[in-house]
Design a protein around this ligand. Structure first.
Ligand code: UDX
Length: 457
């Protein structure tokens, strides 16, 4: 079904790579259903972009730190306070500018890290939709911290915690790190504040799909108008209905595409370990060293993304001694093309939510080494709920040792014990395609969202 009237959505992402990617992909889905899109990152973020999409209009708002963004602010609190103040003004000006130019906006889709956007939307009488980039299980945990229903941290590390709406008991090591560690308290406030304005919004969009998290989605739907709309992956990796939709196209890093794909083309099917820790995580030097030797000692060849800011942590002479037959280390890769490549046998990942959803969508089993934020909870889901990967054990210093890395890679890629994991990964890949294809659960939710927009416009 397609719609005939034009609705216009202004998309307001939080200026992080892992937040912009899913919002841009969702925008493309809306656009394919005849919704006009303007995406409005901050000026400082826009300056850092190495790649820009050609398919959507881009305008910028200001966070008050146009030269350096968050890095320019003295503290995180100072950044958020100024962003709210300057962001509200510049967003209002943008809405007026679009109105004056004959392209009025009728809906704002915003990242709930920026809850003040709802006030601006109300001032202009616009529909508002909060877009949660993380999954519903994680959102549910933050919701219960917000409500004071669960008291964390638990008194003992192995104490089982039951979260309403999620019947699988979890332990402290499965909970988002900001909830557990006192140094994460300021960021926890931002995450908890995501719920502060939610009673005023018209929609809550979640970057996940119903079949992945049925129980918790059913539970949260009784409280909020939730719609799952994921996986937010370019269509050509999923349903293939949007023919020119292959790449993300809003990146602050430059991928080493040719190097990666040429190298992968020379590797046997399902033989390569792909390793990446996303755009933000900073590993301990000791962990980098264990990883390096674990990968080098394993039977498999590897493609490892080490961001340039992390490179100095590689062990001495590691790169010099690495043969091209055994492994390739790059500063950034085209992750979707890599995961899609037939040579990839497993993904050793930090379990950032985008990486997890991408791995699910490509049917690649995972070895999870979560670092921080929502990643431990995502790893719990990967291992115990979907059974599509393993979670590598840390020692008492919090480091995953080289022997464990070798052992888990082997388990996931070769051993009989890992067979169920490999089969489950294939099943979820199929499901991920079905949900965004015509009539699938996410496609229906997007259709419903679009038809309401059109009716109101
Ligand atoms: C952050 C948090 O870490 C994550 O836990 C949260 O869910 C979202 O925000 P990030 O650490 O960057 O995100 O990880 P992730 O969510 O996995 O996003 C990384 C994105 O960068 C993915 O879309 C991935 O495809 C892309 N990527 C990564 C590349 O394109 N090339 C690379 O070499 C590495």
């Amino acid at each position: 079904m397609s719609t005939s009237h034009k609705a216009h959505c202004l998309i307001l992402p939080y200026p992080f790579q892992g937040h912009i990617n899913p919002m841009l992909q969702f925008s493309k889905r809306l656009q394919s259903k005849h919704v006009e899109i303007t995406i409005a990152p901050t000026k400082s973020f826009l300056k850092k972009m190495k790649e820009l999409p050609t398919s959507v209009s881009i305008e910028a708002i200001s966070d008050g730190y146009d030269d350096g963004g968050i890095d320019q602010a003295k503290t995180y609190e100072a950044y958020l306070t100024r962003f709210k103040e300057v962001g509200s003004d510049t967003l209002s000006q943008l809405i007026q500018k679009l109105e004056n130019s004959g392209c009025p906006v009728n809906c704002i889709v915003y990242d709930p890290f920026l809850p003040w956007v709802v006030e601006v939307a109300k001032k202009f009488g616009l529909i508002s939709a909060a877009f949660f980039t993380q999954n519903c299980t994680v959102d549910n945990i933050y919701y219960h911290v917000h409500k004071g229903v669960i008291k964390l941290p638990p008194t003992q590390n192995d104490e089982k915690i039951l979260i309403p709406g999620f019947s699988c008991p979890i332990e402290a090591s499965d909970v988002p790190t900001f909830v557990i560690y006192p140094e994460g308290e300021r960021i926890l406030q931002v995450l908890v504040n995501q719920f502060s304005n939610l009673d005023k919004v018209d929609w809550i969009l979640i970057n996940s799909f119903y079949e992945l998290e049925k129980e918790v989605i059913d539970w949260m739907s009784k409280i909020y108008p939730i719609k799952t709309i994921g996986p937010t992956i370019p269509s050509m990796y999923l349903d293939k209905r949007l023919h020119d939709d292959k790449e993300y196209g809003l990146s602050i890093f430059k991928p080493m595409t040719n190097e990666c794909l040429n190298w992968l083309n020379h590797q046997p099917i399902s033989s390569v370990v792909y390793v990446s820790f996303g755009s933000l995580a900073k590993l301990e030097a000791e962990q980098m060293e264990e990883l390096a030797w674990g990968l080098k000692n394993s039977n498999n060849n590897f493609l490892w993304v080490v961001r340039s800011t992390e490179e100095s942590k590689l062990p001495k002479n590691f790169l010099e001694e690495l043969t091209i037959e055994k492994g390739l280390v790059v500063s950034w890769c085209p992750q979707l093309q890599v995961l899609e490549h037939e040579s990839i046998g497993c993904f050793l990942t930090h379990c950032g939510w985008n990486s997890t959803l991408e791995s699910i969508s490509m049917g690649v089993p995972m070895v999870a080494i979560p670092q921080w934020t929502d990643q431990p909870t995502n790893a719990k889901l990967v291992k115990d709920v979907w059974e599509i990967g393993v979670r590598a054990k840390q020692d008492e210093k919090g480091i995953v040792r080289r022997e464990i890395i070798e052992e888990y890679i082997k388990l996931v890629m070769e051993e009989e014990k890992g067979k169920l994991i490999r089969e489950n990964a294939k099943k979820w890949k199929e499901m991920a395609r079905n949900v965004v294809d015509e009539g699938g659960s996410s496609d229906k939710n997007i259709e419903e969202f679009v038809s309401k927009l059109v009716t109101i416009s």
